[in-house]
Design a protein around this ligand. Sequence first.
Ligand code: F6P
Length: 359
Amino acid sequence: MRIGLLTGGGDAPGLNAVIRAAVLSAASRGWDVVGIKHGFAGLLGDCVVAPLTRSTVSAIAHLGGTILRTTNRGNPLCFPIRNDDGTFTEKDCSPELIDNVARQGIDAIVAIGGDGTLTIALELVRQGLRIVGVPTTIDNDVSGTITTFGFDTAVNTAIEAIDKLHTTAESHDRVIVMEVMGRDAGFIALHAGVAATADVILIPELPYDIDKVCEKINSRDRAGQNFSIVVAAEGAFPKSGTIPGPDGGTISRKIRPGGVAERLIEEIHARTGKECRSLVLGHLQRGGMPTGYDRLLATRFGAAAITAIENEAWGEMVALQSPHIVTIPISEVIKEQKRVDLSHDVVQAARTTGVSLGD
Ligand code: F6P
């Protein structure tokens, strides 16, 4: 058995721990593993793969990033080809990819990535490749698994930042709005905000009313707490469904330009008169050493992926369904993105501890 490993989509702390566990688990069965660089796109063109051995993966489990590199561009099913006039045409390069897999003598692939990578994997399984998936994302928005590795590390990074913002916000009687990642899911904002005792948490699952946000800030002022911390998911949006555009008009919620924190501080200042500052935590959330939780989960996923290959679970993805790691069909997983369940006890805990969710 010769297994190809690849990492696709946005990176997340824990990827190297998955790679290590998969390589060692395969080696313990006498199987060979090769690394494919830059996700599925690495199986196009010259397609150079490199052996992954016990020594290649030694001492990498604690490192952030991925030794295989990754990309969230260049989907081989609609690969952008540059025309002479500078424009791009999308081409289905799956025949070339499938040829390269055969040419490299790769019998099965472990595809480690988020919903984009898993969707590509499923299509290639339908075209005859033997692939199992491992879910990865700091956003925690993959259905069918209680959590993804990388999420815990990202939440801890956000908590540390909020803790630091608290002291300076209090010293200056300011409102500080911190924007976190998560795309259309509010898990990072909610978990970090509740754990780090933010005053307002705004998530995409619950469109906010800016007057309610300001009401919370004003009520804190009246109680002598002259500072507030607002944690906003990058996908948070107002109840109206539109957000103010640069020229005073509005832009649709779907064209998310980022800059949620910047917009919020302008609106909060205009309504409360308070001095406001913003911070976009950005890619700091994707970097750094994975937490112990993420390292363990990633190791479990890597080992389980090789078991899935042994079981010929093509088109399935490993998932945490506590206390077990299971495999589930990717076709089920990609039907729907996981979002924050508003009846979950974390949401209730936020409300009962006095956090405003802006609604
Ligand atoms: O999906 C992971 C994620 O970090 C999102 O939270 C974020 O919106 C996006 O990727 C950022 O992507 P990029 O690395 O392309 O800026």
